[in-house]
Write a protein that binds this ligand. Structure first.
Ligand SMILES: NC(=O)c1ccc[n+]([C@@H]2O[C@H](COP(=O)([O-])OP(=O)(O)OC[C@H]3O[C@@H](n4cnc5c(N)ncnc54)[C@H](OP(=O)(O)O)[C@@H]3O)[C@@H](O)[C@H]2O)c1
Length: 334
């Protein structure tokens, strides 16, 4: 571990003209909040929410200057709560990290001890960040569908936003669990990539909206994972087979949902909400255990691109340019 109090971090500044600037700055540990657990961050990752925070979205982050980063994996430097040993490998995702608490895109973080979990023995810190919030949200969606009785023999399962962080992890994890995956994407040129991840078929995302003005459509999908919201979610629900369910975790297209109750009362379908941020720590420990065991993906490196802290300003902009493909892991020591 480093012996200096100085560290590097991505800092987002608010300018007088209401624009926001991202740069890599030196900070001091004394500038971090006075919390129980001080962690030296070795890996972080990029998520849609980090891009929103870094762009100055005040629904995510109210006060600037700010360091985003909702994911962090690193070594314990000190723990006033006595929960963790110095040098222990720990993981943090969700709660307020990277929102209004300086986040994982800094080489040091200071957080309440009950935001962290021990890194499972079967995962390295880098592997944990390849999953990150995107992978854990995918795992939580699958787990919620399973609790509703979903199984591979039910038939095809639809995934929207398939090239994104949550979407790509959903495709790969579902395939690993032997599901028949149909991926919806706005990037037809990434079909081969999505098939390599495990999709049997890749459809343009707009094809799911072809039933737009009808209360229900053809029964096509046994279940679904939706990361987009809006018409994509409404129409996925209208196309579920009787008894099916959609796990809804995102709003990359829209936070709105407009549909009738007809799919619910004539087909008995279910809409399942998934939150990865504020679920109890025990639930986070449980899902990390599953991600590290039965849901563990082989050759994890293929699902991510490793970047440096210095590259994060450019890569965060990609989230608003429709350029995101898979997961981005940030090596915080480079
Ligand atoms: N509930 C939770 O706890 C939780 C956790 C993590 C993420 N989320 C949410 O889940 C969503 C996805 O997150 P992520 O990190 O996977 O984001 P991401 O990496 O940016 O992926 C989103 C994907 O959605 C598609 N997309 C983007 N903008 C779109 C638009 N305007 N209309 C239609 N499709 C669009 C693109 O995929 P294609 O080009 O392949 O279509 C894109 O790659 C976000 O809304 C995020 O806030 C929620």
């Amino acid at each position: 571990m480093t012996e200096t109090n100085r560290f590097k971090a991505l800092v987002v500044q608010e300018n007088a003209d209401n624009t926001f600037t991202k740069s890599i700055c030196e900070r001091d540990v004394d500038e971090l909040p006075d919390n129980e657990l001080l962690i030296e961050v070795h890996y972080s990752s990029l998520n849609f929410k980090d891009a929103m925070s870094a762009s100055g979205n005040k629904r995510i982050t109210q006060n600037f200057p700010h360091t985003p980063g909702i994911d962090a994996a690193g070594l314990v430097v000190s723990d006033k709560s006595g929960t963790f040993k110095v040098g222990e490998q720990v993981l943090v995702f969700g709660y307020d990290l990277g929102m209004n608490t300086a986040g994982g895109l800094g080489q040091m973080i200071s957080i309440p001890a009950n935001w962290a979990v021990s890194c499972p023995a079967t995962l390295s810190l880098k592997e944990a960040m390849i999953y990150g919030t995107g992978g854990l949200t995918a795992a939580l969606c699958i787990q919620k569908l399973e609790k509703m009785g979903a199984k591979p023999s039910d038939g095809p399962i639809a995934v929207t936003g398939a090239t994104g962080g949550v979407g790509s992890m959903s495709v790969a994890m579902l395939k690993q669990l032997s599901y028949d995956v149909v991926a919806f994407s706005g990037k037809p040129e990434k079909s081969d990539y999505l098939k390599a991840l495990g999709a049997r078929e890749v459809l343009h995302r707009d094809t799911i909206n072809l039933v737009n003005d009808k209360p229900v459509g053809k029964e096509l999908w046994a279940n679904g994972i939706d990361t987009l919201g809006g018409d994509y979610l409404a129409n996925m629900l209208k196309q579920l087979k009787a008894g099916g369910a959609v796990a809804s975790c995102g709003l990359a297209s829209s936070p709105n949902l407009s549909l009738t109750v007809i799919p619910f009362i004539t087909r008995g379908v279910s809409l399942l909400g998934v939150d990865s941020v504020y679920i109890p720590l025990t639930d986070k420990q449980h899902i990390w255990h599953r991600v590290a065991t039965d849901m563990k993906l082989p050759q994890l490196e293929q699902y991510c691109e490793e970047i440096t802290l210095a590259q994060t300003p450019e890569y965060l902009d990609r989230f608003f340019q429709s350029k995101v493909v898979g997961r981005y892991v940030v090596n915080m020591r480079n």
